[in-house]
Design a protein around this ligand. Structure first.
Ligand code: PLP
Length: 420
């Protein structure tokens, strides 16, 4: 297996920037924002506390598990601390849940790079099921139904479906009707649902309805989340999983804890203590998340406009800091002018000849003939103090370093189509 495409593009971008190339960093999905100073203070206090050197319980500190349960209770999901397992990021928790489940793995197409890679690590069969247009992160319920039926008929049943709510790579949120239908399909075929809700707090419209499948099928839904995106704490490595209620949840929880005990023992103790405070949602952190949400919405929207102006087909992003433009309408022109026939060739051309780092849709399970790209917009906020300023700016796209990067993008896209 190769290093994850998202981490690899980050490394490549950093190397090219260090070599003096003016690379526009649209490849890596990191939140790109400073850590809130009160979180830094909480971590400092926690590290200095007498107990911080201890491993602590495998499933996480009781205070963190209780705080995460409260976070979910405030979101219409009745949760006890006993249902919560903390881990060093939601990624290893997803892996442990996948390992504890059985059967084939149904994934939305496109979907986040890691799900298919983790299934591959575990030797599990992957079924990529297309999403409905504009509703990324959730397989089309009818197609999922058909895939589950034919896998069962072939004697290799699907056991689990992963949903991403809201979605990376498309920056969209599936509607509640679609979630209801998928929950029905999951019941009918006895599928475990894994609902990755790490971007939940970054839906651009904070009053938009958010329906978790755990509200509809609590007996069979695992929910994962973390602080990597809403509070930009990816490097702190902390995530939580909410096990289903009842016997299935008890069994899964025990198996995830067994993996945890043999692989990571427990998440970093001081980080857990600070995370417990964050999951209580103190006002200053809620305000920080609201400011981040507005910033992501404004910049992702502006980047989408630039792609649309260049002729790409793109759904306006409604969550997080991603968009998924598609250049398939320009297939002939790209083949003739640049000998580009796949999304991978398009991403390579953009990086090598135009200094624009992106990821091809193929990294997210799309057929490479589809000329789609996953664009992450959060690295446009700049570095250091620029990021602080981006968070508080009345209009972040007016900031010179953001505006310059947007213009760099438009110029590159213009040259791609020979309009520059
Ligand atoms: C959909 C999705 N889930 C999970 C993660 C990883 O989260 P964590 O930092 O909690 O491991 C990411 C990070 O890119 C993501 O995009």
């Amino acid at each position: 297996m190769a290093v994850s495409a998202t981490l690899a593009i980050n490394q490549l971008t950093a190397e090219r920037l260090a070599a003096g190339r003016p690379v526009l960093p649209l490849g890596f999905g990191e939140a790109g924002l400073p850590v809130h100073p009160d979180l830094v203070a909480a971590l400092r206090v926690a590290a200095a506390s007498g107990s911080s050197g201890g491993y602590g319980p495998v499933t996480g500190l009781p205070a963190l598990r209780e705080a995460a349960a409260g976070y979910w209770r405030r979101r219409c999901l009745p949760t006890t601390a006993g249902q919560v397992i903390a881990g060093p990021g939601s990624k290893p928790l997803l892996y442990a849940v996948l390992r504890a489940s059985v059967g084939g793995v149904a994934l939305p197409r496109p979907s986040w790079v890691t799900y298919a890679a983790q299934a591959q690590l575990l030797g599990r069969e992957v079924h990529h099921v297309p999403t409905l247009d504009g509703q990324g992160g959730v397989p089309d319920p009818d197609l999922l139904d058909a895939a589950a039926a034919s896998a069962s008929a072939a004697g290799r049943p699907i056991g689990l479906v992963v949903l991403t709510l809201p979605d990376n790579p498309t920056g969209t949120l599936a509607g509640s009707g679609t979630i209801r239908s998928v929950a029905d399909v999951a019941r009918r075929h006895d599928l475990l649902i894994v609902s990755d809700e790490i971007y939940r707090d970054l839906v651009h419209d904070p009053v938009r309805e958010f329906l978790s499948p755990a509200e509809l099928a609590p007996e069979r839904t695992v929910v994962t989340t973390g602080l990597s995106k809403n509070l930009a704490l990816g490097g702190w490595r902390i995530g939580v999983a909410r096990m289903p209620e009842g016997p299935l949840g008890d069994r899964l929880g025990a198996e995830v804890a067994a993996v945890a005990s043999e692989v990571w023992s427990s998440p970093a103790n001081p980080v857990q203590q600070a995370a417990a405070w964050a999951f209580e949602e103190p006002e200053q952190l809620t305000e920080r998340i609201a400011a981040s949400r507005s910033l992501h919405a404004r910049v992702a929207g502006a980047v989408a406009d630039r792609f649309a102006a260049a002729g790409a087909s793109v759904h306006p992003p409604t969550a997080a800091f991603y968009l998924y433009p598609d250049f398939s309408a320009y297939a002939d022109l790209l083949a003739e002018r640049w000998s580009v026939r796949t999304g991978t060739e398009l991403a390579n051309l953009l990086l090598d000849s135009f200094d624009v780092a992106t990821l091809p849709g193929a990294a997210f399970g799309d057929p490479d003939e589809r000329l789609s790209l996953r664009i992450a917009t959060s690295m446009l906020y700049g570095e250091g103090e620029q990021r602080e300023k981006a968070l508080t700016a009345a209009d972040p796209v007016e900031l010179p370093w953001v505006a310059d990067r947007l213009d760099q993008l438009s110029a590159a896209l213009g040259r791609l189509f020979d309009r520059g």
